[in-house]
Structure formats: C-alpha cells, structure tokens
Write a protein of this length. Structure first.
Length: 144
C-alpha cells in the first residue's frame, strides 16, 4: 500500500488577493467542520476545517490587502482581506499550524458535513495551544 492520494482544495477571498491551498487525504464526508461560537467567528459565519495529517498554505497575491488580526489570548492570527473583508483562515503565532474557513473555498463541497457548534470559553491558554497542535493543519513552509 502506498501513500494516500491527497486532494487539493483552493480557497480565496472575494477579490482574490488572499488565497489558500488545503491538502487533505480525508474524504469530504469525514471533514471535521466546526462553527466556533465566539463573536468574531459568528460575525464572519466561519466554518473551520483542519486535518492534522494534511497541509495548508496561505498566500497573499496582493500583500497590501493582507490584514492580520489578533484578539483574546493573542495566540492566533486571523487572516482577512482589507479590500473585500473576507476571513480566509487563521494561523497559530510562532507555530506552523492553521485552519481554513471553509466558506472561503472556491467551490464549497455539496457534501460538506454539518458544522458542529464549538465553544472554547474558559479554556486556558495552554489548553488552547495543545488543542490547536492536536487538531489544526500543519502549514506549508512557504505559507504566510
């Protein structure tokens, strides 16, 4: 048996300035789709996806449009487009892990599983970091 074939999924903001490539061997039906209940994610209607065995790469085709936003514990950098306002994904600061906002996919899969509401309120900074290390997708070396 060889390595599993990985599928690449492309994502971008509305104007195309901020892009992402999500590589995963997981069939879409097995994606863990999460709807964080924090005010930022709810305001953006974000649906987070990640695969600890996959790979994620963020690219700014127009670097001047990249907005990096931090809040709460400041451990995470949320990547948004200054031109069109779309939230594409997030990365753990100083670490090579990230998540993708499935709503930014170029084509949202019809068979995307229903999102599970998630609340991380009350989670310590250490617990947050450990959860992200365990669940988030490794970032490509060339990622933002």
């Amino acid at each position: 048996m060889g390595e599993p074939i990985s599928s690449a999924y492309l994502a971008r903001c509305h104007c195309g300035a901020i892009c992402a490539r999500y590589d995963t061997a997981l069939p879409i039906a097995r994606w863990s789709v999460r709807a964080c209940q924090c005010s930022f994610c709810r305001a953006h209607a974000a649906l987070s996806v990640s695969d600890p065995a996959g790979r994620l790469e963020f690219t700014a085709l127009q670097a001047e449009h990249l907005q990096r936003y931090r809040f709460a514990s400041g451990q995470t950098e949320f990547l948004l487009c200054r031109a069109c306002g779309v939230y594409v994904g997030a990365r753990l600061l100083g670490e090579a892990f990230g998540i993708l906002n499935a709503r930014a996919l170029a084509a949202i899969p019809a068979d995307l599983p229903a999102a599970q509401p998630m609340s991380y309120a009350g989670e310590s900074a250490m617990d947050k970091k450990a959860r992200r290390h365990a669940r988030w997708t490794p970032l490509a070396p060339t990622s933002l």
